[in-house]
Design a protein around this ligand. Sequence first.
Ligand SMILES: Nc1ncnc2c1ncn2[C@@H]1O[C@H](COP(=O)(O)OP(=O)(O)OP(=O)(O)O)[C@@H](O)[C@H]1O
Length: 457
Amino acid sequence: MTKQQGKILVVDDDEIILLTAKMFLEQYFSEVNTLNIPKNIPDELDKQTYDVVLLDMNFRQGETSGKEGMKWLKEIISISPETSVLLMTAYGEVNLAVEAMKEGAADFIVKPWQNERLLATVQTALKLSDQQKQVRHLKSQQKILSSSADHQAGDIIGRSKAIKEAFTIINKVAKTDADVLILGENGTGKEVAARAIHRQSNRADQVFISVDLGSISETLFESELFGHKKGAFTDAKEDRTGRFEAASGGTLFLDEIGNLSLALQAKLLTVLQNRKIIKVGSNHPVEVDVRVICATNSNLYNMVSEGSFREDLLYRINTVECTIPPLRNRIEDIPLLTDHFLEIYCKKYNKSKLYLPEGVIKRLQKYSWPGNIRELQHAIERAVIMSDGNELQSRDFSFPGDSPKEEQVFDNYNLENLEAWAIKNAIKKHNGNISHAAKELGLSRGAMYRRMEKYGI
Ligand SMILES: Nc1ncnc2c1ncn2[C@@H]1O[C@H](COP(=O)(O)OP(=O)(O)OP(=O)(O)O)[C@@H](O)[C@H]1O
């Protein structure tokens, strides 16, 4: 008979009860452990996660109040909320057991038990615990997904020779489970490419979770990626599922991998090698089944020679490399992309279809687009908002460096104008590298993006 997967813990001060329960339950469930001292419960739950705990109500000779059982019930629920607790009561203590169910126990078993009834009750409790885990998993996925929903994009648009080379790699690698490293300047569409790989993969009906490693602080890195146990640190008010676990079964996109410190690179490497995570505050490894796609705008090979990126991590993540070309090297794609964004923004701002004259397209193709497609997208959005009539004009676009307004900025010392000017020029100076520009301005990447959004850059 194949045993059902399930970890059961039986807690009772009576060794005979422990032995009988263990011998019986072990025939049906994959792991059954026992404890005769309830005060060891917290340590045991810290070591491993149990699906079901069978808990005695009284642990002292002659004691029938059930107070101790109630205390441990609350403790178990607070340490491990997804564990189903079954209380074991003596005949006549049924009222107490009902009281315990109000406190969160899944059910109760009257001692001496009938084996079939014990088996059925434990099986139901196991199912309940599985469902609770699924609900928690879905909730945390939902939370993470809704926070990244704004960044979702459609298919990769483009027909230039340069982007077709990237398509070839994407199509070849998608069906495999190989780890992929996507390289390219900021805003070229690395995340769009990662989503395209996911959509064509065997994991397409599972989640795609994206993490911007550049915006996670050093202290929160482990908790964000691997999760934490309640109480692991001051702000850990409840258990938290990390991105690796939430992405299990699907694809995890690690953006800006070049921004990780050497210490965090070592932690990430261990997880990528073992495919197991350990939550902060726990010492119990959890297996994760994720396909990892990394991206960066940094030159990781240079970083390896400078000693700021681990060579072993680079070779762990770059099984296949795919470079997304900058927009200035694929100007043939500009008409397609502008059409695409015009459609989106005309709809968004309730404008009737806008036309882009040939001359304006040529002007757009002459510009170097240091912020790549993201910059083009913002430029079109701003032009749609500014436009009158059904045609966009060159004046509806403002290109840093060629606008006479640039000089006027200093006429009135308006701080917002000055800030927008500084941001645009820092991006230009660093050839579209947002991280480097943000560093020069003394901003985090997150703060930089918020300001770019604000000023429509
Ligand atoms: N080929 C494309 N077709 C349509 N939209 C695109 C394309 N490539 C990029 N975009 C859009 O451009 C913006 C930037 O894309 P994305 O976030 O994928 O770039 P990135 O290279 O990952 O940027 P970063 O390096 O800053 O993280 C997004 O809004 C995305 O929808």
